[in-house]
Design a protein around this ligand. Structure first.
Ligand SMILES: [Zn+2]
Length: 210
């Protein structure tokens, strides 16, 4: 198996160098990506669908493209991408037929994975009525995928480095959906984040002030 991977890599490196003679010499000097791609770990879905060369896209992938507030890995990637690499665009890309989303729609215990999927089950709970009204299981799953992208875009926008860069007008955050049956991505319309209203974050009687 490893021999196959090594042979495949050598063929790729040779082909890429032939098509882009300056690429590897340029990459040896450092990276200057303009995009941070946040996507699912699913083997069918990756930033390679953008057809960009190595050095173009900074990448963070995990199961079901989640960006929980307390996740040190996600936060570190975002801070580095925004403050150091100064990417101009962050994309959160979900995909139809996501196994993580399918698991989150069920109630079966999955061990360690339950801790991670809790974030997605929270999205499911918040949109229980809308999801419950969809009779077709596949359509329900794909709607959860879309609602998850919206939620994760909101999470990313609320991260301090992102909020600051957006205020300066040097960063845009977008949501995308990848269709595994066609290889195509489409933009997701992102409604305004109403979490502040939900939680009444600016209550003057906050207990922290006493
Ligand atoms: Zn997935």
């Amino acid at each position: 198996m490893i021999q196959d991977l090594l042979a495949s890599n050598q063929a790729w490196a040779q082909r890429t160098a032939t098509l882009n003679p300056a690429l590897f010499a340029r990459n040896a000097k450092g990276q200057n990506p303009h995009v941070l791609w946040i996507g699912c770990s699913d083997s069918r879905v990756g930033e390679s669908c953008l057809d960009l060369l190595p050095g173009s896209v900074f990448v963070h992938r995990n199961i079901a493209n989640l960006m929980p507030y307390g996740d040190l890995s996600s936060l570190s990637v975002v801070q580095f991408a925004v403050d150091v690499l100064k990417v101009k665009h962050i994309v959160v890309c979900g995909h139809y037929d996501c196994g993580g989303a399918a698991a989150a729609l069920g109630n079966k215990s999955l061990g360690i994975l339950d801790h991670w999927l809790k974030h997605l089950r929270d999205v499911r709970a918040k949109h229980k009525d809308e999801l419950g009204a969809i009779a077709d299981p596949k359509a329900r799953l794909n709607r959860l995928v879309e609602l998850n992208v919206i939620t994760q875009v909101h999470h990313v926008c609320r991260m301090a480095p992102v909020a600051a860069a957006m205020k300066q007008g040097r960063l845009v955050v977008s949501g995308l959906i990848y269709d595994v049956s066609s290889g195509r991505i489409k933009p997701m319309e992102i409604p305004a984040d109403t979490s502040e209203e939900d939680y009444d974050l600016y209550d003057a009687e906050s207990e922290f002030e006493h």
